[in-house]
Each structure stands twice: as structure tokens, then as C-alpha cells.
Ligand binder design. Structure first.
Ligand SMILES: Cc1ncc(COP(=O)(O)OP(=O)(O)O)c(N)n1
Ligand SMILES: Cc1nc(C(=O)O)sc1CCOP(=O)(O)O
Length: 213
């Protein structure tokens, strides 16, 4: 699927830690049906085999809902499940190597915590940048914090779109207004909510006031 910045508008990122009454697959289906615009399967607690099984299931769901699927970190799983792309961080396989492995047509997302990393990611073939943590995150407690000013500078520094991540909720998402982000990537603000459908709808309502077309 060809990348477009609108896909970043509300980017759901999964985490098994939030499954309780519902399975991860049920949670994902709820988020897809409610309208997340991109989905990242980010499962730190699963071994490779379980991750691939989940990825194959989620691939079918995302196809059904017409939402692109991104795999966190693992290029092999992305290729084996036929995902639309991969997201890598600064400590993972280099973006240029990932681009070589996935080819020109799949989506490549790269985490950047400053302008220099963002510029490098762009030069290495990234389609989008993920920047955070904008607010304290209980999902990733050791995430390095980033101010809104730093986020704005990253957005201005590269011609590719930037999605904000880290502690984003319905209550604080409006603070991203004016930074230049193309959207918000959210874990607990979606998958940690009892009513995932309502969370997705409310986040999208707020994001309409934040993201300029
Ligand atoms: C959209 C998006 N942005 C940033 C991240 C963080 O990626 P990374 O730095 O690789 O950290 P982990 O996700 O591996 O903990 C992301 N996953 N998605
Ligand atoms: C996966 C991830 N990366 C971050 C970064 O700052 O790079 S923060 C984060 C966790 C985001 O989860 P939540 O929406 O629950 O805070």
C-alpha cells in the first residue's frame, strides 16, 4: 500500500499488556472498526513464533478493514506476514538496511528524538518519523522525554511527516496543536481503555482540531 501522511492521523500501536477481558485480536478488531488509520503490531513479550502467528491473524483483519499494518522492529516477520511496513528505533537495524530488505514500496517508519536523527532517517529512506515521548508514558517508562518545542523543530527539519508518541490521551492530545505533526501514535490511550471504540472516536475528534490538512 502506497504511503500517505493521512495514514498517521490516529496510529494505534498494540501492547499485549493491556489485554484483560478481551484478547489482543478482539481489541485490534475493535480499534480497526472504530477507525484507527494505521496499526502497528508491537509485541515485546511474544516469542518469534507467537509474534508471527499473531501477525498473520492481524494481517487478515487489517486487510478486511483496509488499514495498513506496520510491524515493530522485525523485518522478517513483516515480510512473512505481508505487512505494509516496518517501524524501527535508533537501536534496531539501520533504516538504510531495512529499506534495502523491504524494498521501495513498503512503508518505513523510524524513531527520531532530535533533528539530527530525523534528518538521517529521511536520508536513509524513512517515509515517516515517530517522535516522543511527548508526555510521560506508563507503557514505556524509560522513554526519553521530548518537549513540544523539540517536536516542532523535528517537524520543521524534514520533508516527511512526523507522528507524536508517548502518553497521548484524549485529555492532552490538543496540546500538539501548532507543532506540525501529522497525527498521534497511541498505545494505552486506545488499548488500555475499556471502551476502545469511544477512545478512538474521541481521539479522532480532538485530532481534527490539531492536524492541518
Ligand atoms: C510510531 C512510533 N514511534 C516511535 C516508536 C518507538 O520505537 P522504538 O524506538 O523502536 O522503541 P520500541 O517501540 O521498540 O520500544 C514506535 N514504536 N512507534
Ligand atoms: C512505544 C513508545 N515509544 C515511545 C518513544 O518515546 O519513542 S513512547 C512509547 C509508548 C507509547 O505508549 P503510550 O501511548 O501508552 O504512552
Amino acid at each position: 500500500m502506497k504511503f500517505h501522511k493521512d495514514m498517521l492521523f490516529l496510529y494505534g500501536v498494540t501492547d499485549q499488556a493491556f489485554t484483560g477481558e478481551k484478547t489482543l485480536t478482539e481489541q485490534i478488531e475493535e480499534a480497526l472498526s472504530a477507525g484507527v488509520t494505521l496499526l502497528q503490531l508491537r509485541e515485546k513479550g511474544l516469542d518469534k513464533r507467537a509474534f508471527l502467528e499473531e501477525a498473520l491473524l492481524v494481517r487478515e483483519l487489517t486487510k478486511h478493514y483496509g488499514v495498513p499494518l506496520i510491524i515493530n522492529d522485525d523485518v522478517e516477520i513483516a515480510l512473512r506476514c505481508g505487512a505494509d511496513g516496518v517501524h524501527v528505533g535508533q537501536d534496531d537495524l539501520s533504516p538504510s538496511e531495512v529499506r534495502r530488505l523491504i524494498g521501495p514500496d513498503r512503508i518505513l517508519g523510524v524513531t527520531a528524538k532530535d533533528v539530527s536523527q530525523a534528518k538521517d532517517a529521511f536520508m536513509d529512506g524513512a517515509d515517516y518519523i515517530g517522535s516522543g515521548a511527548i508526555f510521560p508514558s506508563t507503557t514505556k517508562k524509560d522513554a526519553i522525554p521530548l518537549t513540544l518545542e523539540q517536536l516542532s523543530a523535528i517537524c520543521r527539519s524534514v520533508p516527511i511527516p512526523v507522528v507524536a508518541i508517548g502518553g497521548i490521551t484524549v485529555e492532552n492530545v490538543s496540546s500538539l496543536k501548532g507543532t506540525g505533526v501529522a497525527g498521534a501514535a497511541v498505545v494505552s490511550g486506545i488499548f488500555g481503555q475499556k471502551d476502545i471504540t469511544a477512545a478512538v472516536r474521541h481521539l479522532k475528534e480532538q485530532l481534527l482540531k490539531v492536524v492541518s490538512p
